[in-house]
Design a protein around this ligand. Structure first.
Ligand SMILES: Nc1ncnc2c1ncn2[C@@H]1O[C@H](COP(=O)(O)OP(=O)(O)O)[C@@H](O)[C@H]1O
Ligand SMILES: [Mg+2]
Length: 256
């Protein structure tokens, strides 16, 4: 039986006086793979960053496995949770970005081990074993002792994904992880994400790769100007968009 993993209700986010999320509602079941599409500036990154508490937000609720993320509510008032609680909650999600942000002076294995040792307080030997397992899983077993500078962009991004997954997040957030890559390196990263999807990992992924979104997602969310404009089964949405805005967006996107 499926179980609700993530529940977003009325999410509102402002930067100064500019409202960039204007009431986002979304419910995600465990094991779902949801792609978020939409033009630049529609609020996709901001939504992921709110879920991961990298951004504060001004209204609404985010619940992960039933637990309220970021804020305590009492009546109509609310206050931010303690940094300790937020750090614990942040560890429930893993995030991979367009920029890989690996530490250049650390090997692939050391990059993956860092959070395990520092945050999870794992012994180095055990952390090394976990790092090797995940590097193997992303096809980089033979690159464990290479430095980022010795790896291609696609390989570095796979290390970054291994680093996030090694922390055993309940939900993985991917933000345009192939956008900074040379075209010939995109496939190997998408292949890794497909493998994780097949393993049942719950994932929210912002992507410009429409063909990939079509193939891998259980559901697609189309964001426009800070709200979810349309959502549904990719097989239906890409073929027969219900809104004019999605139809327009698909015309200018890479799906064909
Ligand atoms: N740190 C910030 N300060 C001010 N405005 C921001 C900031 N980050 C994003 N924005 C604005 O918020 C809107 C949504 O941005 P973003 O979530 O990055 O969109 P997307 O990921 O869909 O391209 C944009 O108009 C952007 O200019
Ligand atoms: Mg973005």
């Amino acid at each position: 039986m499926s179980k609700v993993l993530l529940e977003i209700q009325g999410l509102r986010k402002q930067y100064g006086i500019v409202e960039v999320l204007k009431g986002v509602d979304c419910t995600m079941q465990e094991g779902e793979v949801i792609s978020i599409i939409g033009s630049s500036g529609s609020g996709k990154t901001t939504m992921l960053r709110c879920i991961n508490m990298l951004e504060e937000f001004q209204g609404g609720h985010i619940r992960l496995e039933g637990e309220e993320i970021g804020y305590e509510h009492s009546g109509s008032s609310r206050r931010r949770k303690s940094e300790k609680d937020i750090a614990r909650q942040r560890a429930l999600t893993g995030m991979a970005f367009q920029q890989f942000n690996l530490f250049p002076h650390m090997t692939a294995a050391q990059n993956v081990m860092l959070g395990l040792v520092k945050v999870k307080k794992m012994a180095r030997d055990a952390a090394r074993t976990v790092a090797e397992k995940w590097l193997d899983r992303v096809g980089l077993a033979s690159r464990a002792d290479h430095y980022p500078g010795q790896l291609s962009g696609g390989q570095q991004q796979r290390v970054a994904i291994a680093r996030a997954i090694a922390m055993s997040p309940r939900l993985m957030l991917f933000d345009e992880v192939t956008s900074a890559l040379d075209p010939e390196l995109v496939g190997e990263v998408l292949q890794v994400i497909k493998g994780l999807a097949a393993d049942g990992m719950s994932m929210l992924l912002v992507t410009h790769e429409m063909r990939f979104a079509y193939e891998v997602s259980s559901r697609v969310i189309f964001m426009n100007q800070g709200v979810i404009c349309e959502e549904g089964d990719p097989k239906e949405m890409f073929v027969a968009p219900k809104t004019e805005r999605l139809a327009e967006f698909l015309k200018t996107s890479s799906f064909n």
